[in-house]
Design a protein around this ligand. Sequence first.
Ligand code: PMP
Length: 364
Amino acid sequence: ATNRVYNFSAGPSMLPEWVLERASSEMLCYGSSGQSVMEMSHRSSAFEQIIGDCEASLRRALSIPEGYRVLFLQGGASSQFAMVPLNLLTRSGKADYVITGQWAKKAWQQGRVYGECRVVASSEDRTYSYIPQVDPAQLDPAADYLHICYNNTIYGTTFSPRTLPVSGSVPLVADMSSSILSEPVDISRFGLIYAGAQKNMGPAGLTVVIIREDLIGHAMEKTPIMFDYKTHAGAGSMYNTPPTYAIYICKLVLDWLQGPMGGLEQMAQRNREKAELLYDYLDQSRLFSPTVQGEDRSLMNVPFVTGDPALDAAFVKEAEQAGLVNLKGHRSVGGMRASIYNAMPIEGVKKLVAFMQAFESDHR
Ligand code: PMP
């Protein structure tokens, strides 16, 4: 559609037009069901098929090994800040957290309510602009888990296979809200992965949990039934009404990823190209500076500043008029942030870079 903008929002964010068109064509009547997916009983065979396909497709996309369960939940990633400790912090009652931004910090603050949660590394000293080294000797071998936020949406940093802490037999728990499905990850290195869907998987309202089976079934006494992974694992995510329409859109996103986009490896290649375009420009610009240096740079969220808040504001406003929207940075970093998730086409990044070049020559 010609009147659509390039939306650089951190989430909810762009969805592929392929998905929106498909959903639109099936809006009134899904297949031969005579109804919209939104109107369908979650117990209907049509919806059973959708959720089954969604899980199978996610398993294929991420190569999720045997021995892991996939749960389709609600409550956002923020609910997982509590659900993780309620379910996992029950052997030694101790956990280690790496603080790489506000979301990681919120997870830690919530975890502390339920047990002894220690900060083992932090990058708060430099406004979370890097991924801190985690010394394996610092980790508690008796901890129930080690928690990280894999991609830091606000600050634009990411863990990588190179920086991922080696936690031995301690389960690694990762918030992957803003990087899931952006590139392949070795799921077997994690005990539990969670992600809100509203960045790379679909609309808000769906939260995906990928959990190693042995971590299910040890929840604290008095854990609300809805907050016990066992409840949802035992009921195929159908203990209560799941977010049916969001699951359907997630299935379409996975169809798109593994159909026209050619799979996760190719998606990752495209994501690297998009990010490189933007970082290469930022690295030589005399007006804009990236806030993250080196190998910890996120492929998904790219913060940058001019150093002059008034100029930043002018840039955001003029970009919006040019159809490049939601470029304002998070208030804790200031400046701008371009979130370039899977659904952002390379044309959007090219248009942004061209706009920045023009703005730079006008304001230098
Ligand atoms: N973790 C990360 C990394 C996020 O980016 C966000 C949302 N921006 C959250 C957690 C919170 O997610 P939700 O709004 O789904 O609770």
